[in-house]
Ligand binder design. Structure first.
Ligand code: ADP
Ligand code: MG
Length: 343
């Protein structure tokens, strides 16, 4: 690990475009980490070693699925774990490797009920992998779009509150999620577990995917500032302006999916969605039967100007203030029903 004591903001591409604004992503290591900002790279590499898992210690089992980053396997390592293997194509890309290490460094700072548990990483090429706890439940995506479950407003609100709590924590730690979507949010016995935070640093991946066609149900999470950055053909090293506010925009989309059971701009072609959102247009809420307060949260999260979007602390208090819908009480099970209305 190369160290440079004076430079605390590490840009993937070496470009300076994003390093001026502290709220813009590129991998920015929290300088207060470990309470010693003076020699963070050394601290950092030391503590990275602590989290190093020899690849040979993992017993890889079946693959669970594929994402843009690589393949995810179920594996055994002191019990069930999920192992995200980095795609081989990225192994000889120096920036990608550096980005991977920095993301792992970020990952190890996270300890929160609503965030997937980071257990360690394999840091020796060609075996680059991130090991986390295995989520046993389904993703919100599966509940909403595959099983087509309907969430009551009370359940929706509880889920949104937990997401806000986890996200508020990440932001307080100086980490931007950059890929908050229902596929990255698990629900285990009513508890929200957010995954894949901060793993989206390689813009190259993004542009590759743009060329190959944008994955369905992904564009609608990008705020106007990100859409506009996609439009002109920028050099691939350019870093997209991910920020806390762009995470809040994505949260708005998750909130919409929970409420409506579908994606905004459903079945519209990508170019059209990019064009509309980039110009400040929003999915209409005309057909959404819900209270004004609920819609207002959506509209605030989707504000065109990033500065107009609330932060997660504000969102949490807004969600907590939403009136709870009373469930109809059945005379035969009054106690149970009133409990479920609270939970
Ligand atoms: P995506 O998020 O686009 O689905 P990923 O590469 O993140 O792509 O995940 C691939 C598959 O692995 C998905 O089905 C996802 O739900 C599953 N997965 C990812 N992380 C975990 C985990 N910690 N526990 C259980 N399943 C996981
Ligand atoms: Mg994922």
């Amino acid at each position: 690990h190369k160290s440079n004591d004076s430079d605390k903001t590490v840009s993937l591409s070496g470009s300076t475009s994003a390093s001026t604004d502290s709220d813009r992503t590129p991998i920015r290591l929290d300088s207060t980490e470990d309470g010693d900002s003076g020699n963070w790279p050394r601290q950092n590499s030391l503590s990275l070693k602590e989290w190093d898992i020899p690849y040979s210690d993992l017993l890889l089992l079946e693959s669970i699925g594929k994402g843009r980053f690589g393949t995810v396997h179920r594996a055994l390592w002191h019990g069930d774990v999920a192992v995200k293997l980095l795609k081989e194509d990225y192994l000889d890309d120096e920036h990608m490797l550096e980005a991977f290490k920095l993301e792992v460094a970020n990952f190890k700072k996270t300890r929160h009920e609503n965030l997937v548990l980071f257990m360690g990483a394999c840091m020796n090429p060609p075996h680059l992998a991130i090991v986390t706890s295995l989520c046993k439940g389904n993703t919100l995506y599966t509940y909403i779009h595959v099983r087509r479950d309907k969430f009551t407003i009370n359940r929706t609100t509880l889920v949104a509150q937990q997401i806000s709590q986890g996200m508020g924590y990440l932001h307080a730690r100086g980490i931007h999620h950059k890929d908050l979507r229902t596929k990255n949010i698990f629900l285990e016995n009513g508890k929200v577990i957010i995954t894949d935070f901060g793993l989206f640093s390689s813009t190259k991946l993004l542009y590759c995917e743009m060329g190959l066609g944008v994955p369905n149900g992904w564009l609608c999470y990008l705020g106007p500032e990100l859409m506009r950055a996609l439009l002109p053909r920028k050099p691939t090293e350019e870093i997209l302006p991910f920020s806390k506010a762009s995470d809040v925009y994505s949260f708005g989309t998750v909130w919409y999916e929970l409420l409506c059971g579908e994606f905004p701009f459903k079945s519209q072609p990508p170019e059209s969605v990019i064009w509309q959102v980039g110009r400040g247009m929003k999915q209409t809420l005309a057909n959404l039967q819900t209270s004004r307060d609920v819609k207002e949260i959506l509209m605030l999260c989707w504000s065109f100007q990033a500065d107009d979007r609330p932060d997660f602390a504000k969102l949490l208090s807004q969600l907590e203030r939403l009136p709870k819908k009373r469930l109809a009480r059945s005379p035969s099970h009054p106690v149970q029903l009133s409990r479920s209305a609270e939970s």
